[in-house]
Design a binder for this molecule. Sequence first.
Ligand SMILES: Cc1ncc(C[n+]2csc(CCOP(=O)(O)OP(=O)(O)O)c2C)c(N)n1
Ligand SMILES: [Mg+2]
Length: 626
Amino acid sequence: MDTVRLTMAQALVRFLANQHVERDGMEQRFFAGCFGIFGHGNVAGVGQALQQYADDLTYYQARNEQAMVHAAAAYARQKNRLQAFACTSSIGPGATNMVTGAALATINRLPVLLLPGDVFATRVPDPVLQKLEAPHDGDLSVNDSFRAVSRYWDRINRPEQLVPAALAAMRVLTNLAETGAVTLALPQDVQVEAYDYPEEFFEKRVWRVGRPLPESEMIERAAALVQNAERPMIVSGGGTIYSEATGTLKSFVEMTGIPVGETQAGKGSMPYDHPLALGAVGATGTLSANRAAREADLVIGVGTRWSDFTTASKTAFQNPSVRFVNVNVADFDAAKHEGMRLVGDARSTLEALSEALGGYEVEAGYREASEKANREWDTEVERLYALEHGPLPAQSTVIGTVNSFSDPEDVVVCAAGSMPGDLHKLWRTRDPKGYHVEYGYSCMGYEIPGGLGIKMADPSREVYVMVGDGSYLMMNSEIVTSIQEGYKLTVILVDNSGFASIGALSRSVGSQGFGTQYRYRKNGSIGLDTEEEPGETLPVDLAANAQSLGASVIRTQDVAELRDALSEAKGADRTVVIHIAVDRYEGVPDYESFWDVPVAEVSETKTVTAAREEYAANKEAERRYL
Ligand SMILES: Cc1ncc(C[n+]2csc(CCOP(=O)(O)OP(=O)(O)O)c2C)c(N)n1
Ligand SMILES: [Mg+2]
């Protein structure tokens, strides 16, 4: 057997550079590169290897380890999970900074390979800088915390362990039912240890991503359920988009007349102006979709994990005899709501179901009602886009301005705050990859690094990052990376001096927005929405902050100036941050939906007691879907 003597880190980098995936006859490299921040836990190991093999695997310097994992996850999402990044960190804080990113990737079922450095396997110089010592467990390191958030976890304590671990990692990363964060913890001494690796380990490998189908018997049974339904509805999730099934979904819908509601990850499954598109469904849903959901007797979930936002905390579907058919590559998700499990790829399963339905159509009246609902919803969107609100504009008009300005294939990015819900309801999506709201983990700070990952995945599209002031403050570091690498973003920084979303939530649970504004402490209070003379607003100048990071900054006062700024930004070749202040209280309403956030059962405050009563009444609508 031919062997080659390499350090474990060199072997790992050479291996990663030779992994490919294939779907529908299209073959491509799996790893687009490796993000990293170096420290003593990886500089001499993985760092040295990345330098040695710089032509085979490109290294990108990030500013924050959490942010680089977000960029990696966004990249994978934009590439429909067929390409990904590795992320290398030092030991200790560099490593644990990645834990949040790992959870986000795993929740959203997005492949990222994490390579945290780890403490000495020999333990000779212990306790090494940044080692957490556990008196009860000699084998424990902070990297064990990745076990909870990874789909595969391993620690490479001997160089030869790399061979099975790397193969296991690739299997999970390229298995769409299992994918998520994969962690290989790399002790810093083992990274630099040499070993005679078999040459075969470095041969080109092509991991096939197939389009599995459910048993034909299950397709027949599902078709029978659909044929017997009077008010069937589709709920389309991220799986539809990842599977590139949007064309098939459209044909399916046009043939059958079944209307479609979309989850956050599934938004873009249908163009907004398709007559059978009802738009967002659930807690942040449209009136059209939520009314259809309430009555539906059969719900076909396609590529959805049925989060509480999608089901409005299990209140969305109220028909007493509602049943679910779940098309999903993951049996785990297909089994939810005791659905009929169609375990398979969204595109091929929808094709098979179409055929089994043999010309089935819903009643004409039902189809017409859906078409009418689509038009009615668009009138509501138009109303909210055109709201005239002063002195500060309403957020809905900012969204409308960006939407009207952007081209169909441009991408809007968001993750947390009040905008994800507003975007879900209001964004007119025209391209399956044009809407990117991370709402599995809804992680503040994802927006800018997420935008970077998307732009790296597809530089041909303009990327519009919609970020609240809270999220911006939490993680703006990757503006620097976007400038270093020449990936231009247009960041719309929507400033309402604090956490408008959680402020509204706080009021709804009876707590007057406690702790959600950016204000000076006054008379012991940090600001309640009910106070007549609260402390002054803090003098935070986020536009100046963006400028200091190297971005071009445009300060705007109203939506007319915003439009001009968008035009200017379009011609720019480096990251632009457009600042706009919006009214904190002029929000988009909910449309007959509920989200379960428990309210204090006993309290000394009347508003809390009242909120609790309302909560208890709403909760009665929660179903089990058994
Ligand atoms: C990392 C993280 N911490 C906390 C939260 C809870 N949270 C959700 S939205 C939000 C406030 C977001 O503020 P901002 O970005 O200004 O948006 P706004 O609510 O004002 O629209 C908070 C604290 C979260 N989603 N993510
Ligand atoms: Mg805010």
